[in-house]
Design a protein around this ligand. Structure first.
Ligand code: ARG
Ligand code: GLU
Length: 720
């Protein structure tokens, strides 16, 4: 009896009841969701959100910088995204003299807006289902996986080339449902995107990594950019003659705020989720791989912290590296804890069994009978290779001097026959790499990290997975520290002066010496080992797993269609534009604790601590707070709302996404999830999985009242 109940429960939680808040939907297919969205409170139609014939909201959402989302908020191409999405560019433009990270930056005219070479904003123009064409010639039953994938690859190439010949847009073909469906996407790629404004870090990153992934939250996580195009409206590279872009649509901004139960939706670019894995995969991810990364990164971050606290210059230099490592570190901790608290592996396991049982009920389901068993076998085989890759990337490749040296590999292979022109180019590239590298390099950190990570690498990888370098260290040196001391004493790559001198005097006869540099040798040693002993096998196993997953996905879709015919299944995130919707509301993370759905400026003052970097409050903000000088941006309760949570199914890449109200007006910018719910990339539980957004009224308050950049407010369409 117990067993039956359990399996019923699993079916319910994972499939039958796909709750409104779960799901990342393809905008082009949103008709299927329209009724539900309207029942939940939406006042507009899905045609307003996505239309190919008329201007619609999709014309105001972009993939920002390849990893985040941005939204257009004026008819002059003004773009909102998160502070942490603009972070690298804020850092890029910052120096000790012009420290925009610390002090913020506000362009008070178009002329002051700062070009960001390499930054792009990608806008989806249209998409179409090309599944039938991609799968043309595929015979599901009588074909090997290799044959199948060869056909698919060739079809994709052909379809893409054909499309490209007939359009100025960039074309991509993406797999959905793990290779069961394909869509072709046409994108406009804007290449002149300029930095317009950013609050100081103690607003834009208030709470820092301490509060990251955590509710309640008080981060003003926004920054402002602008798209520029050529005078005739083309998406071109930066030029002085370029003009602000005139979009087909921009989001009106609501000053009404949110209340518990309000309908919201989020429109953006979620990167990757894996909601349809077998239990063995979830277990491996949450209980084997993540804990290793978490442990190693935690130790590196301790070292960063120690030096960053001592020296303001180092604090800036390592800000971005720290944020990058720290983000995954904390998230994965949350995933493991969430999966275990939620009994996620057990629930997946019960489903695996139920699925297999279902497969045995009909002859037509032969392809699914052994799936779970095969997954178990393959994942077991894959595990040591995954660990080897994880160790490599979280240890040796965290030694900065090694990865920097890698930039010189080609130069080290130059001979007297290499054309001078090519040498000049290699030298120029290396010089550029050196400039970027040394701007943010602090050797004492690197030395300490190197000793720590190499020791971990040695301690934790079995003989078969140890690059020669590790054995050399063990056999030839008294200890790891002795090796590290020698490495840094002998390599030229830790000294900007030596590197530049070497490059200035470079001639082919010096290539040999370069190849013998211990940092370059160490790098090549670990990478060669990886390519010879880890990579090929990993790719092979990964390919086999992907093939199983494709079949498993198809099986789950059939299973689901039978059990619950009028509910759709959404495809895993794959960095394509999606819509997710859910209601505003607090939640209960654990016994006796209830979270409210919004935070206010009072909370910032409660957290304030001038001695802790993450919790410093500027005099200007305190003054506005004390005078309650919030203007029209105050909530009707009189306070200044800062952030709120809602039940939207988001993931990495949704940062900066617009969160919109029932009328499609901008309420805020998505920037995070609650820690308790980070497992939602693997299993979604609506009771604890919430997305965190900064309230757009706080954004405008900072722009207008705090910074006085009123010219930007004047461009926007504001709904009082
Ligand atoms: N956790 C958010 C995301 O995944 C924000 C990361 C940046 N913020 C930070 N404090 N590191 O991107
Ligand atoms: N901060 C994440 C990002 O950069 C979004 C939060 C999430 O993972 O949900 O995309």
């Amino acid at each position: 009896m117990k067993k039956i109940l359990l399996s019923l429960f699993v079916t319910t939680s994972l499939f039958l009841n796909l709750r409104a808040d779960e799901g990342m939907w393809i905008p082009m297919l949103l008709q299927n969701n329209e009724q539900e969205m309207q029942e939940m409170g939406m006042n507009i139609s899905v045609e307003d959100i996505y239309s190919i014939n008329n201007s619609s909201m999709k014309d105001a959402v972009v993939l920002f910088g390849g990893g985040c989302t941005g939204e257009i908020v004026s008819d002059k191409g003004l773009l909102f995204t998160n502070h942490h999405c603009g972070f690298d560019w804020i850092q890029y433009h910052s120096t000790v003299e012009h420290d925009y990270l610390t002090n913020g930056f506000w362009a008070m005219s178009f002329e002051e807006e700062l070009p960001c070479p390499g930054l792009t904003a990608v806008m989806l123009k249209k998409m179409e289902d090309v599944t039938a064409r991609v799968l043309e010639g595929v015979d599901e039953r009588n074909m090997s996986a290799e044959e199948r994938s060869e056909i698919v690859k060739n079809n994709i190439k052909k379809i893409k080339e054909e499309a490209e010949a007939n359009t100025d847009y960039e074309v991509e073909i993406k797999s959905f449902y793990h290779g069961n469906q394909y869509y072709m996407i046409y994108n406009e790629v804007f290449k002149d995107v300029r930095m317009v404004g950013t609050p100081p870090s103690n607003i834009g990153k208030f709470g820092g990594d301490t509060d990251n992934w955590v509710w309640p939250r008080h981060t003003g996580d926004f920054s402002i950019f602008r798209i520029y195009v050529s005078p005739d409206g083309k998406a071109v590279e930066y030029s002085e003659d370029n003009m602000p872009y005139k979009p087909n649509y921009h989001f009106p901004i609501s000053l009404k705020g949110v209340e518990e139960g309000d309908f919201t939706f989020v429109f953006g670019y979620p990167a990757r989720t894996n909601e349809y894995l077998p239990s063995v995969a979830v277990d491996q991810e949450a209980n084997v791989i993540y804990p290793v990364s978490v442990d190693l990164r935690g130790k590196i971050l301790d070292i960063y912290n120690k030096y960053q606290e001592k020296d303001p210059k180092v604090r800036i230099q390592y800000a971005s590296k720290h944020a990058g490592l720290g983000n995954g570190w904390k998230k994965w901790m949350g995933v493991t804890e969430g999966i275990n608290n939620f009994k996620g592996v057990e629930k997946k396991h019960a489903f695996d069994k139920q699925f297999t049982k279902w497969a045995y009920q009909s002859r037509a389901r032969g392809a699914y009978l052994e799936l779970i068993k095969e997954f178990e076998k393959l994942y077991a085989e894959y595990e040591p290779y995954r660990l080897a890759t994880t160790y490599l990337s979280e240890t040796a490749l965290q030694i900065e001097v090694l990865t920097f040296a890698a930039n010189f590999n080609r130069l080290s292979k130059v001979t007297k026959d290499t054309p001078q022109e090519e040498i000049d180019k290699l030298v120029a590239n290396a010089k550029e790499a050196a400039k970027v590298f040394f701007k943010d390099y602090h050797q004492p950190i690197d030395e300490e990290v190197a000793a720590m990570v190499l020791q971990e690498y040695i301690n934790n990888q079995p003989a078969d997975f140890r690059p020669e370098l590790l054995n050399t260290i063990v056999e030839k040196y008294d200890n790891v520290q002795a090796y590290v001391d020698e490495l840094f004493a002998k390599t030229m790559f830790a000294s900007e002066e030596n590197v530049n001198k070497f490059l200035d005097e470079f001639k082919p006869s010096k290539a040999k010496k370069l190849a013998k540099d211990p940092a370059l040798m160490a790098y090549n040693n670990v990478m060669d080992f990886y390519f010879d002993n880890v990579r090929n096998k990993s790719v092979e196993l990964n390919g086999q797993i992907a093939e199983l997953q494709r079949v498993f996905m198809r099986g789950q879709m059939e299973f689901h269609a039978e059990q619950n015919p009028d509910k759709m299944m959404y495809p895993d995130a794959n960095f394509t534009l999606r819509v997710t919707y859910g209601k505003v509301g607090g939640f209960s993370p654990r016994d006796a604790v209830r979270y409210k759905h919004f935070t206010t400026l009072d909370g910032i003052m409660q957290k304030e601590n001038p001695d802790i970097y993450d919790y410093v409050v500027t005099d200007r903000l305190r003054e506005l707070y004390e005078n309650k000088d919030y203007g029209r941006y105050a909530d009707k309760d009189g306070s200044m709302h800062v952030a709120f949570i809602a039940g939207n199914h988001t993931t990495g890449g949704n940062s900066g996404s617009p969160i919109l109200n029932a009328d499609g007006h901008l309420l805020g910018l998505n920037f995070d999830r609650t820690w308790e719910g980070t497992m939602s990339d693997l299993i979604y539980d609506p009771s604890i999985c919430k997305n965190i957004s900064v309230d757009v009224r706080y954004v405008l308050f900072i722009i207008d009242k705090y910074a006085g950049a009123t010219r930007l407010i004047e461009e926007m369409t504001i709904v009082e």
